[in-house]
Design a protein. Structure first.
Length: 95
């Protein structure tokens, strides 16, 4: 029997197509920094997005998804209660 989770992907919205991939990419990048021993030497990460992600990024929360991924979260296990906190922290650091 096929599960609903085999058909659909779990992700945060409003557009999971603009959050699932970027969050996974952020997590993979963060994991690589850790695996290669570069995490302690990293003080800043600059992310460029292209295509539809660049056109709708803030409106669809692609930026937050990337930050959540860089913080070690995955779409199917992210603590959604932590999203507003990370959003405020990232904006404070950017200014």
């Amino acid at each position: 029997m096929i599960s609903i989770f085999d058909i659909f992907k779990i992700g945060i919205g409003p557009s999971s197509s603009h959050t699932v991939g970027p969050m996974k990419a952020g997590k993979i990048f963060s994991d690589e920094l850790i695996a290669l021993g570069h995490i302690n030497n990293t003080s800043r990460v600059v992310v460029d997005v292209y295509g539809s992600l660049s056109l709708t990024g803030k409106g669809h929360h692609t930026d937050l998804a990337i930050i959540m991924g860089l913080a070690g979260n995955l779409p199917d296990s992210v603590n959604i209660d932590a999203i507003p906190i990370l959003s405020v922290m990232s904006k404070a650091r950017a200014s």
